[in-house]
Design a protein around this ligand. Structure first.
Ligand SMILES: Cc1ncc(COP(=O)(O)O)c(C=O)c1O
Length: 428
């Protein structure tokens, strides 16, 4: 045992509180973003900025198509539709994700099939994906959780084997790479939320990328009626032919991005690599040092081999069974040392832990979609079905992400705060 814990009246390990508050604040906009938004308001062509953002986002990823939308949820809806998901189909998804990755599946009267995750990373477990594929499966959607990159090679191999499109939900990982290739370009469609908490943001917004023209055209026909006259395929162009005496129509939605959001997103994209490099330098340092001081009871976030992950959140794992101290007590001790640790619901709960699934609520009327006539083999949801996803949240402890350049002293104070609590576990 060394110094007295702050929880018991000792001095706080963290003294550089102001610096920590400053570097962990996200987002925080500069004059450049504000000027870009004002400029977009004064533009002669109010929508031109959206097309510019799309071009730049596509170029950044080296893909043919980028479609800017109003949020990440709508990009997922459009992606599932593009992949051909329809009533009674099944979509393989992670049990450990944000519910809005899954909701749009229901919006297409299709059924999510939840798969378990790797206990180190909370990324989709390819073995469970393989087990859960059925003849009704239409697509696989994979999350890069908290910026950690999912095992794409295995998942894409499964997709190829069964002829299933793979959709990447990159909402946590803008700019992360797998074997040097950017996430979103590995599967068939990449979806990104640009909501306020994300690594690049438009405050609200989303963007979808693909190299597949058929998928691009289906996205447009679902949600961007104004693009329909320019599509290559006559089967879609026929819904909006300006030179014919007919009303225009799309398949149901208008998911266009607000151009002011596009103006903001353009600036954010310009800085993304530079900001990611700063985060990486900070967080890899913490990874290394926390691994040293964690003594197997506290582990920094997992980085899979051949990936360069990012950190939407810095979700560590605390093993209460090895430490002999409940997580809440450990968190209270860290907080007393001055670390703004997130506790309580630090991570996600399995999506199916909701009455919507457990009670098979009739969304579109009694029995729809779960027991509708177009469902040929029922999908069931019960607690216990994805044990790793159910356990992951119980081990999570969230430390702040350091988004800006920081002093070495602050980084070491963070490490010291954790080390001090671990040195004193017996006192807790
Ligand atoms: C993994 C994931 N998917 C989808 C979404 C939905 O994005 P949006 O909030 O932009 O609609 C989010 C948003 O937090 C998310 O974290």
């Amino acid at each position: 045992m060394s110094e007295k814990l702050a929880l018991f009246g000792g001095a706080q390990a963290l003294t550089r509180v102001e610096e920590l508050t400053h570097v962990s604040r996200w987002p925080s906009f500069a004059e450049e973003e504000k000027a870009a938004v004002l400029e977009a308001m004064d533009a002669d062509h109010l929508y031109a900025v959206t097309a510019q953002f799309e071009e730049e986002f596509a170029a950044y990823h080296g893909v043919r198509f980028a479609v800017a939308q109003n949020n990440g949820t709508s990009t997922l809806h459009a992606a599932y539709f593009a992949a051909g998901v329809g009533p009674g189909d099944e979509v393989i998804t992670s049990a450990y994700t944000w519910h809005l990755q899954v909701g749009p599946i229901l919006a297409l009267h299709a059924l999510p099939v939840f798969c378990d995750v790797d206990p180190r990373s909370a990324a989709l477990d390819p073995d469970d994906v393989r087990r859960k594929i059925s003849r009704r499966t239409k697509a696989i959607v994979v999350l890069h959780p908290y910026g950690g990159v999912a095992p794409m090679e295995d998942i894409i191999a499964i997709g190829r084997e069964y002829g299933l499109p793979v959709i990447e939900d990159c909402s946590h990982a803008h700019g992360a790479t797998y074997r040097g290739r950017k996430v979103g370009t590995l599967g068939d469609i990449g979806c990104f939320s640009l909501q306020a908490s994300k690594l690049m943001t438009a405050i609200e917004g989303g963007v979808l990328i693909t190299d597949n023209e058929e998928f691009y055209e289906r996205v447009c026909v679902l949600a961007h009626y104004e693009r329909i006259p320019r599509l290559r395929s006559q089967q879609y162009r026929r819904f909006y032919e300006p030179d014919k005496v007919q009303a225009p129509a799309c398949f149901g939605f208008k998911y266009r991005m607000n151009p002011l959001a596009a103006a903001l997103a353009r600036v954010q994209l310009r800085h993304l690599d530079e900001w990611n490099a700063v985060r990486r330098q900070n967080m890899k340092y913490l990874d290394r040092r926390l691994m040293e001081v964690g003594r197997g009871v506290f582990e920094p976030p997992y980085e899979a081999p051949q990936t360069e992950r990012l950190w939407l959140n810095y979700i560590c794992q605390y093993h209460a069974d090895k430490a002999g101290v409940p997580r809440e007590r450990f968190i209270a001790a860290l907080r007393a040392e001055g670390l703004p640790v997130s506790g309580g619901r630090t991570g996600y709960l399995p999506v199916y832990w909701n009455p919507l699934y457990e009670e098979r609520c009739g969304i579109w009327g009694a029995g729809y979609p779960f027991d509708a006539p177009y469902v040929t083999s029922p999908v069931t949801y019960q607690r216990g079905m994805c044990p790793q996803a159910e356990r992951f949240e119980q081990r999570t402890v969230g430390l702040p992400v350091l988004h800006r350049p920081v002093s070495q002293e602050l980084r070491e104070e963070i490490v010291r705060a954790v080390e001090k609590v671990i040195d004193n576990l017996a006192e807790l």
